[in-house]
Ligand binder design. Sequence first.
Ligand code: NAD
Length: 479
Amino acid sequence: MTIDTQTPVLEEAHAALLAEITPEGGERREILDPATGAVVGHAPVHTVDDLDRAVAAAKAAQPAWAALGHERRSELLLQAADAIDANAEALAHLLSREQGKPLNGPNARFEVGGASGWMRAAAATPLEAEVVFDDGETHAELHYRPIGVVGAIGPWNWPQMITVWQIAPALRMGNTVVVKPSEYTPLSVLALVQVINTVLPEGVLHIVSGGRDVGAALSAHPEIGKVMFTGSTATGKAIIRSSADTVKRLTLELGGNDAGIVLPDVDPKAIAEGLFWGAFINTGQTCAALKRLYVHDDVYDEVVDALAEVAAAMPMGVGVDERNVLGPLQNRQQFDIVDRLVESAKASGARVVLGGEPDRGQPGYFYPTTLVADIDNDHPLVAEEQFGPALPIIRYRDLDEAIEMANGVDVGLGASVWSSDRDTAREVASRIQSGTVWINAHGVVHPMVPFGGAKQSGYGLEFGVEGLKALAVPQVVNG
Ligand code: NAD
């Protein structure tokens, strides 16, 4: 593996961004590149005291921010999106080095583009007060008022884009925000916030780069009215508990174990690339990635072969090498989870069609693109969220049984149905227990299309008008 040298200008922009977000002094933590083990930078380690100061400052700034009104706040968010665009390459390189995802493919540059795109959408989406009832006597309107201070706790897989998903609607609706990034990817989010803060008034957007203790304190903080959380189901449950005493509003985007069901009428070659990216986007480290693939017996072998052909051609390696579209796992724990699940699948007699043998001598947490066929539905690689580049492919003969298997887990973020007949696919979709069902695609999100989970994948919707409403207190004005 070789690393392409970057242009000096970019190196400079990158170094300047790092210097700004990690000033000397205070406790700092070394952040290592998951692809090479090289030092990316040093993140400040903020404490619960820092959190308290940030919340107090956010609270003080909130009335003036709310008083600016929708139009002015939207203008500022559009300027923030421009600032992200202007710094896109430096942000993408830092993200690539810290998170591991390649610059190209649906990865780092795509993520930075998404961050600015979602910021623009939150700025541009109209949200008017609604007249909910009027009979001449009673006149009732529903208004959407700011909540106050919003806390945003994020994961390490799409750190910049998810931060924008959380903060853009919050800011647009007149709230001020305190961000708590994942301890695995703090630099990417510190840099993003730094860039956004070049245009926002002081005090409106804060970042506290701490660990789980800071996340726990944030979700119990009496001055925070709502927590936007994206992360694991286990942490989501902890947040529900710690937010109970202050009756916080919550949007919880939690773990998933998305199923894809391939019907017998598909053209295997035509769907193979869609299946591949559905499962392997961000090297499988995506909440709504395809994590279990159910394929009808009639087309099973052809689908497995077509998928293997696409998968084998996708280059994996160091993210800043322009050729790669797949990267390492972000951290050792995640590598170990994927490794354990695949090893146990092998031991159970499942057939490894591709991958399954990591090069344990090479630096970085690289796990090869892995397809595991002829695996039982109750195997842990199917039943648990692997969150990495190892897809189990289960054979089915009866559609009812496939739907039952798809619904047989306690999470329900996304799902997909693959068929040449849209009506049949929609009928199958109506029987699946998940927040989204895609047809002939998987994991595609759009800033105007609501996104959220069913079952233990969480509650609350993000994006579009529904997403704005979720960052407001509905108030009825009656009379
Ligand atoms: P995680 O739950 O371990 O950590 C997420 C964040 O929560 C981190 O910032 C962490 O510091 C913080 N945290 C940890 N303990 C806390 C506590 N007790 N109180 C408050 N905050 C606490 O998740 P992760 O490993 O970073 O992310 C991977 C998981 O996130 C996967 O399960 C994935 O499916 C899920 N995810 C879901 C979505 C979605 O939209 N539904 C999107 C991305 C990731």
